[in-house]
Design a protein. Structure first.
Ligand code: MN
Length: 251
């Protein structure tokens, strides 16, 4: 994304209308918020990906404080613990994340729970930041056709995913899955489990752990799921859809 235009337009010697100034200031506020850098202290093969937008970019649907804690503390913790689990396993440490998760059964039994929880957490959250954003949009083309083929229409998909998220007892995720032919499905998993663990692929999904919404929505998971739908970056989801059909989608 480019950050120069809206912020540069607020310099004092650039005359502009009040309306343009307000629009520029609003855009600037979004882009000028502090970004959480990738954790430098992580020793190991896996790294916290930087958020692809500012922590307040999804407001008012998801507030900046929730994003800061969720990305900078929760996701960072999964990465740190995944690296710690792999510290004495140089061969497994070379495996890409999706391969680790697909072949959990091949990992030493003593390592499996740590890989499942922290590797799953790393994969799920990396996907989650990527499929959200301030861009909005709507599903188009082949992606829209795939949604209509499986769910009838986009609103029916929204409601089905919301129901899956509401039904997930305790902590977990609700996912829209995609296979190599571009056929969509719905899945819910507890904790940090993911369809990747059964060799599936995730088109997009939503975190229904309380840490994802409790600060702002308290116990109102349904309100959070309604608001979260507005954060979807449909252009990015379409890219993931094409990657799944090309066999190149990983996490
Ligand atoms: Mn989370």
């Amino acid at each position: 994304m480019t950050i120069s235009t809206p912020c540069a337009s607020t310099i004092p010697h650039a005359p502009m209308s009040r309306r343009a100034m307000l629009a520029g200031a609003a855009a600037c506020a979004v882009f000028a918020a502090p970004r959480i850098p990738a954790a430098q202290e992580n020793a190991g093969p896996h790294a916290l990906p930087p958020l692809p937008y500012a922590t307040n970019a999804l407001s008012p649907h998801i507030d900046a404080h929730t994003m800061e804690l969720h990305h900078g503390r929760h996701h960072a913790g999964y990465v740190r613990n995944l690296n710690a689990a792999l510290a004495d396993h140089p061969q497994l440490a070379q495996e890409p994340l999706h391969a680790l998760l697909t072949r959990l059964d091949e990992a030493p039994a003593s390592l499996r729970t740590a890989l499942r929880n922290n590797g799953g957490g790393h994969a799920n959250h990396s996907m989650f930041w990527e499929i959200m954003g301030p861009e909005g949009g709507a599903p188009e083309g082949a992606l829209r056709a795939a949604i209509e083929a499986e769910f009838g229409d986009v609103e029916s998909l929204r409601l089905a995913l919301k129901r899956a998220g509401l039904r997930q007892f305790g902590s977990g995720w609700a996912f829209v899955t995609v296979d190599g032919e571009g056929r969509l499905g719905l899945a819910a998993r507890p904790n940090q489990d993911t369809p990747l663990m059964e060799g599936g692929r995730v088109l997009f999904g939503v975190d229904v752990w309380e840490h994802a919404y409790y600060l702002y929505y308290q116990n109102r998971r349904g309100d959070y799921l309604d608001a979260w739908w507005n954060t979807l970056n449909w252009a990015r989801i379409a890219e993931r859809f094409e990657a799944a059909r090309a066999g190149t989608l990983t996490i």
